[in-house]
Design a protein around this ligand. Structure first.
Ligand code: LAC
Length: 390
C-alpha cells in the first residue's frame, strides 16, 4: 500500500494533469482536496500512456499558433450531388456492421434496392423493414428486402460481405481464419453464380486473407474483389492525430497501408495537420502513441465491449468505399487488393492507395513512400502470404 500525499500530487501536477494511482493506494484527505483544486484527472494503473507531452516553450507556443492559425481554413466536407445511386446493393451478414452500413446506404439513398441476407431467421427481413419504416423521416426511396438465402444476391451491383465470426477479447483477427474462410468462400462462389458482374467488398476478418480467399475461390477479376480495412484504419489514424493535436478531424490528412492487423503501416511521410508535416506539429512520443492507437484501435473496442467488435466506424468505412465507386467521393482510398508487382509485391492482398469507380478498382496508385514505410509494406505482404500458406 502506497500513501499518496501532497508532495506526490504536486509532483504529478508539475508533469501533467494526470495522477496515476494503483488499486491499493491511499490518498490522504489533503491530497484528495488538492487533486480537485488542481483539476487533476485520477487514472488507475496500469496506464498505457506514460510520457506526458512536455514541449519546450517555443514549440508549445508555435503549436498553439498553429491551432489558431488564421491562414488555415478547415475544409468543408465534400459531397458530390451528381453521384449516382447503385441499382442493387446486397449486404451478406446482418450483424452490427452489416445493419449499420445498410442503414447508412439507405439513409443517403446510395442504392435503389438494398437487400440483407443473414442465416438468423427474421433478422435480415426485420432489419430491412425497420429501415424502410424510417423513410417517412429520411425521405429515402431505397427499397429494402431481407431473407435467409443467397438467391437474393441476383442482379447485385455490389455485394458487401460482413458475415462471419467477430473477435472476442484476446483473439487476434487471424484466429478467425479457419471458420471465416469457409463462410467467405461460400458467399464468393454464390456471387459468381447469382451475380457474376457484382463488385465484392469483403469486410470479414482476417481481412486481407479473406479478400484473397474470395479472389482465389472465384474467377472474379481483381478489380472486383476489394477488401475494406484501409478506410477504417485511416479514419482511426486521422481521429487519433486530430485528437493529439487538438484540431478538427478535417484538418488532418493521413492514411494507412499494409494489412489490417499488426502489420498495418500508418504512413507518416504523407500525413499532414493543417497542411504541415505531422512531425512539425506533434512531438515524436505523441506520434508514436497515435500509431499505436491506430494499429490497436479495433482491439481496443473488442477489449472494452467484450462481446463483438466495432461496428459504427467500420460501417462508415464501407460506405466511404461505395461512395467513391459511385462518384460521391473523389479521394484516393486505401483498399486491400490483389497486387501484381505494384510496390514490388506479387500475388498477395494488402492495403494500397487506389482509385475506385463504377467498375471497382480503377487504379492502384504507387505513391513515393519513405524507405522504412515501403519495407514495412513489403514485410506485411510477406507475413500475410505466410499466413495464407498455413
Ligand atoms: C476492427 C475490426 C472489426 O478493426 O477488425 O474494428
Amino acid at each position: 500500500v502506497r500513501v499518496i500525499g501532497e508532495h506526490d500530487v504536486r509532483t504529478s501536477a508539475a508533469r501533467s494533469n494526470v495522477l496515476v494511482v494503483g488499486s491499493d493506494d491511499l490518498l490522504t484527505p489533503y491530497a484528495r482536496d488538492l487533486v480537485s483544486q488542481l483539476g487533476l484527472r485520477v487514472v488507475s494503473e496500469p496506464v498505457e500512456t506514460v510520457a506526458p507531452n512536455a514541449p519546450d516553450h517555443g514549440t508549445a507556443v508555435s503549436r498553439v499558433l498553429l491551432r489558431r492559425s488564421p491562414k488555415w481554413v478547415t475544409p468543408e466536407a465534400v459531397t458530390n450531388l451528381s453521384a449516382t445511386a447503385f441499382g442493387r446493393v446486397v449486404m451478406v451478414g446482418c450483424g452490427a456492421v452489416g445493419a449499420a452500413a445498410g442503414h447508412m446506404i439507405a439513409a443517403r439513398a446510395a442504392a435503389r434496392e438494398l437487400a440483407f441476407i443473414d442465416l438468423v431467421p427474421g433478422l435480415a427481413a426485420s432489419t430491412a423493414l425497420d429501415i424502410e419504416h424510417a423513410s417517412g423521416i429520411t425521405g429515402s426511396d431505397t427499397r429494402c428486402t431481407g431473407g435467409e438465402t443467397l438467391d437474393l444476391l441476383a442482379d447485385a451491383d455490389v455485394v458487401v460481405v460482413t458475415a462471419g465470426r467477430p473477435r472476442s477479447p484476446g483473439m487476434s483477427r487471424d484466429d478467425l481464419r479457419d471458420i471465416n474462410s469457409k463462410v467467405v468462400r461460400g458467399v464468393a462462389e454464390a456471387v459468381q453464380e447469382h451475380a457474376p458482374d457484382a463488385i465484392l467488398v469483403i469486410v470479414t476478418n482476417p481481412l486481407d486473407e479473406m479478400t484473397y480467399e474470395a479472389y482465389r475461390s472465384t474467377q472474379l477479376p481483381r478489380e472486383r474483389v476489394l477488401g475494406m480495412a484501409g478506410t477504417l484504419d485511416s479514419s482511426r489514424f486521422r481521429w487519433s492525430l486530430a485528437t493529439a493535436a487538438g484540431v478538427h478531424p478535417r484538418d488532418v490528412s493521413a492514411f494507412t497501408l499494409g494489412s489490417h492487423g499488426d502489420e498495418m503501416v500508418p504512413i507518416l511521410s504523407h500525413a499532414t495537420i493543417k497542411g504541415r508535416p505531422v512531425a512539425e506539429v506533434l512531438p515524436q512520443d505523441a506520434i508514436d502513441r497515435c500509431v499505436k492507437e491506430t494499429v490497436g484501435g479495433g482491439g481496443r473496442i473488442v477489449a472494452i465491449r467484450r462481446t463483438g467488435s466495432a461496428s459504427i466506424a467500420p460501417a462508415h468505412s464501407i460506405v466511404e468505399m461505395l461512395d467513391a465507386m459511385r462518384g460521391a467521393v473523389s479521394d484516393l482510398l486505401p483498399v486491400s487488393v490483389l497486387l501484381r508487382g505494384e510496390y514490388g509485391i506479387e500475388d498477395v492482398v494488402v492495403g494500397v492507395p487506389t482509385r475506385l469507380g463504377r467498375a471497382g478498382l480503377e487504379e492502384i496508385v504507387e505513391l513515393p513512400l519513405a524507405q522504412e514505410e515501403l519495407e514495412a509494406l513489403r514485410r506485411a505482404a510477406i507475413i500475410v502470404k505466410e499466413r495464407l500458406k498455413n
